[in-house]
Design a protein around this ligand. Structure first.
Ligand code: ATP
Ligand code: NI
Length: 409
């Protein structure tokens, strides 16, 4: 169910379009609305940042895009539309084959031959490409997700060891990825593995492919993981705090490497970090996330020059070095709340220096920060700031009620 009309898409430009995504965890105690109505686009060759404090929903957003949400979590609503011609045609081919496989079977035989999920997939697609050439990751079954993850979208995590197997050499792991995704074997695979290690600037690549992950330093391991991701020739790379565990010098090198690779290969990147300083280095556009929602979005220079949401302002204030001479780091007081109820207020209000009465009774929606802003939105009752406060609050109240109605339909 989608409550918004599909947003405008420029042909061939948008690689990923996340629309009103909602992901919740159903625990014994409560329902955690970890991602609560998130929308953003990623264009070809662009790096889109997601920034926010711990617990704001960054990783759950990333895992939802990868189709990695497992029980007790579930994607409740929205779409994750991914465009990749190659993956799409692979999926359509395997779908045709399945449709042919089950065509001659009786209903009972069919039920035994394909599991429920796969069957839904067969019926839904019926052998044809989805009309607009996008794959909605939230609607394809696990079997297709594997194709998608192997070939279209790759992800790297904070801890490179979680992606590396300690008992195989780095070279064998890259070669395995090359076999699965590009069909390379033997000498060809070895040569390509060496090329990839060289592409991520690992010195002495010929020797290093014969070594095990524990023989690599932290920075070199993360480079090896990036090489493995590249073996899948992804169109979109999701990086979840890939440099957080590394020291500053190594961190800067990895960021530079990612930029270089992006330029060479035209990759799109979703980059997650809680560190505004890192964002300044790597992101083109920024989405600021708080308690499951995107509260501000704009090109990165605009966020730094002209932050609008009080939360964004607070995050910027707390960048180390912003206030020379002060010996204590400024931080935003308090913690991110667990979003365990539908929002009827502003979730940031209890910590907000600018909060006023209506912030406790009206849920802010994303609006342009003023009439002249084409590419800068904030979910805060202070905006649009060229309207009277009454009229701005009314805009949020009305749009909040509309989307609530749509939810209940
Ligand atoms: N498997 C799970 N079961 C229950 N709750 C979960 C699960 N995974 C995440 N959550 C909850 O979802 C919310 C968002 O978590 P998420 O990991 O996305 O935050 P984050 O922004 O990535 O934070 P960090 O910077 O610490 O990585 C948190 O309240 C978290 O407790
Ligand atoms: Ni996280």
């Amino acid at each position: 169910m989608s409550m918004q009309s599909p947003r405008e898409r420029t042909a061939g430009e948008t690689v990923l379009s996340v629309e009103n995504l909602r992901t919740a965890f159903f625990t014994d105690k409560e329902t955690i609305r970890a991602v609560d109505g998130v929308s953003f686009d990623v264009r070809e060759g662009e790096t889109v940042g997601i920034v926010g404090e711990s617990g704001s929903g960054k990783s759950v957003t990333a895992r939802s895009i990868m189709g990695l949400i497992k029980s007790p979590g579930r994607v409740l609503d929205g779409a994750v539309n991914f465009r990749d011609r190659d993956v799409l045609s692979q999926l359509v081919d395997s779908n045709r084959k399945r449709t042919a496989d089950v065509a001659g079977l009786s209903d009972t035989e069919r039920a035994n031959a394909v599991d429920e999920d796969d069957f839904a997939f067969v019926e839904e697609w019926d052998g044809d490409e989805p009309a607009d050439g996008y794959i909605d990751v939230t609607r394809v079954p696990d079997s297709a997700l594997r194709t998608l993850r192997g070939n279209g979208i790759a992800m790297i995590f904070q801890d490179p060891l979680s992606s590396l197997n300690p008992v195989y050499t780095v070279g064998n792991q890259i070669k395995e990825a090359l076999r699965l995704h590009q069909g390379l074997r033997g000498q060809a695979a070895t040569e390509e593995a060496i090329n990839l290690l060289e592409a991520v600037s690992i010195p002495d690549a010929k020797r290093r492919i014969t070594e095990y992950p524990h023989q690599f330093s932290g920075g070199m391991r993360q480079r090896a993981v990036i090489a493995m991701a590249l073996a899948c020739e992804p169109k979109l790379l999701i990086c979840d705090e890939p440099t957080t565990a590394l020291d500053v010098t190594i961190q800067a090198q990895i960021l530079e490497l990612l930029s270089d690779i992006q330029e060479e290969r035209g990759l799109s990147i979703v980059f997650i970090t809680h560190d505004m300083g890192v964002m300044a280095e790597i992101a083109d556009r920024l989405n600021v996330m708080y308690a499951g929602e995107i509260v501000e979005t704009a090109p990165v220079e605009e966020v730094f020059a002209n932050p609008k949401h009080p939360y964004t302002q607070g995050l910027l204030e707390s960048i180390p070095g912003r206030h020379p001479g002060e010996d204590r780091l400024r931080t935003i007081e308090g913690d991110v709340p667990t979003p365990n109820e539908p929002a009827t207020d502003c979730r940031f209000a209890p910590r907000c220096p600018e909060a006023f009465a209506e912030c406790e009774s009206v849920h802010p929606v994303s609006v342009p920060v003023n009439e002249g802003a084409s590419d800068h939105t904030a979910a805060c009752l202070l905006y649009p700031d060229d309207q009277s406060r009454e009229s701005a609050v009314e805009t949020h109240r009305r749009r909040g009620e509309d989307s609530e109605e749509a939810l209940n339909e």
